[in-house]
Design a protein around this ligand. Structure first.
Ligand SMILES: CSC[C@H]1O[C@@H](n2cnc3c(O)ncnc32)[C@H](O)[C@@H]1O
Ligand SMILES: [Zn+2]
Length: 443
């Protein structure tokens, strides 16, 4: 008897798959089938040949497949400022070092080269989707388009001039042009990025509310990052920044609140009532000594908590695997509860919660039928993963980025045996060194 099998674009046979589904499963010896960029089936490897055939077969019996990681907050081009100003608190870091360096160096070429370096680092640590908030977002969007990663471009809005725009109206005007240029791109979403309550006044925030509703898009803002931010805000108008944003009407499911290390019970209630998302950046908060986001409490209150690296000038890595581990450890320390943010919850923060925060949960964030094939393969034969009792435990508590071997975005292989296929690593490294030479010659 002859049976016909369906042709698939690719088939990945894996030792383990953690799909990040509601059943919190770990599948052993399963295959993932990809057609037109989407996951069409997940089935035991013993059955795959009865149903499918493909020219593109990847046999990864010692590997774990996970959903591609979602880095929900960062400033990609700031890779070129990595290590420029360390061991400082946020305001001194920004005002005395980073803003002057940005005024001196940031231009289109800088953003192009820095964004490429960031993408290379993120791909090589398993990230398939990232959110970027930086100057010249048109240049960043073009670089992302060429690398074929998935991205939310949150164009910046500030009250003061920079190399990209003159004033808040100019930032918004230039940002709106991105919707024409990239609005129809499958892998790119445009969002508003008002920088912070202390750098954007009420009138532009009101414009953001109206325009984001009209255009049906997300808004990302740095919020409640340090105790000083709250003290200064209270001195200025006797309100907490979240209260001010609530009175303006900014709180909604569109809002991605980045940092949130200073939260009282009323803040948590406001976030819950308005279904806002929180983007936790644990390593950046630790390094700048900004404070601790109470993620276990937020999780318990039903608030969606995603993960971000922030920029490489404050982190200093763009490694979401590392953020996942720190997030799990920090939650336990802060809540004095070793069971807080267990390994699967930490993985959810780095995947499905990130996709939910960015408004793309239907598309990515888990390995399920109908979703895009955004996948990272982790080599569990590495020394760091021995002996292997539990792939989930190894992934969250022990994996090193060097174990990420393959990455697919929308079904396309972008990293193979750690080699980037859409980014020229040699050129990117040489451009990064030439920026470092220029910047260190003229401090
Ligand atoms: C408006 S583009 C982004 C702007 O934000 C600065 N930045 C980077 N990290 C942080 C942070 O943790 N809090 C506040 N602002 C930050 C970056 O240098 C750009 O100027
Ligand atoms: Zn940031």
């Amino acid at each position: 008897m002859t049976t016909t099998t369906t042709r698939a674009d690719s088939i990945i046979n894996a030792g383990w798959i953690i799909p990040v589904n509601a059943r919190r499963e770990t599948l052993t010896n399963h295959s993932l089938v990809i057609q037109h960029g989407q996951i069409v089936d997940l089935l035991p490897t013993t059955e795959v040949d009865q149903h499918y055939h493909s020219d593109q077969r990847h046999d990864l019996p010692k590997h774990l497949l996970i959903p591609g990681l979602v880095n929900a907050h960062g400033h990609a081009a700031m890779t070129l400022f990595r290590g420029l100003a360390d061991d400082l608190p946020l305001m001194s870091w920004l005002q005395d070092h980073i803003w002057p360096a940005e005024a001196q160096w940031v231009n289109e070429e800088f953003v192009h080269d820095g964004t490429q370096l960031a993408m290379l680092e993120m791909l090589r640590s398993g990230t398939t989707t990232f959110s970027d908030m930086y100057f010249f977002p048109d240049v960043a969007a073009r670089a992302v388009h060429d690398a074929r990663m998935r991205c939310q471009i949150s164009f910046p809005i500030l009250d003061f001039p920079t190399a990209w725009a003159r004033d808040a109206d100019d930032y918004i005007h230039k940002g709106l042009e991105l919707f024409d240029d990239f609005g129809s791109q499958q892998l790119i979403n445009i969002a508003f990025g008002p920088h912070a309550p202390y750098t954007v006044s009420d009138a532009p925030l009101q414009r953001v509310i109206t325009l984001a509703e009209e255009l049906d898009c997300a808004v990302q803002i740095h919020l409640h990052e340090t105790a000083q931010e709250l003290r200064d805000a209270f001195l200025a108008d006797r309100r907490r920044p979240l209260q001010r944003l609530n009175e303006l009407g900014l709180l909604s499911p569109r809002l991605q609140c980045v940092h949130m290390t200073q939260l009282d019970d009323r803040d948590i209630q406001l976030l819950r009532q308005n279904n806002c998302h929180v983007v936790h950046c644990p390593n950046s908060n630790l390094k700048l000594a900004s404070g601790f986001c109470p993620t276990a409490k937020l999780h318990g209150a039903g608030i969606n908590v995603a993960l971000g690296t922030d920029g490489a000038a404050s982190n200093n890595r763009l490694d979401l695997l590392g953020e996942m581990r720190t997030a799990a450890l920090l939650a336990k320390a802060v809540s004095h509860d070793a069971s807080a943010i267990d390994a699967h919850s930490a993985l959810e923060m780095a995947t499905i919660n990130g996709a939910r925060a960015l408004g793309i949960e239907e598309v990515t964030g888990s390995l399920e039928q109908g979703k895009a094939a955004d996948i990272a393969a982790i080599d569990l034969s590495a020394i760091e993963s021995q002996p292997l009792y539990n792939p989930l435990s190894q992934l969250v508590y022990a994996t090193d980025p060097s174990q990420v071997s393959h990455v697919w975005v929308n079904g396309e292989l972008l990293l193979s045996e750690r080699k980037a296929l859409t980014l020229d690593a040699t050129r990117i490294l040489s451009r990064a060194q030439s920026w470092a030479d220029k910047i260190s010659a003229r401090p």
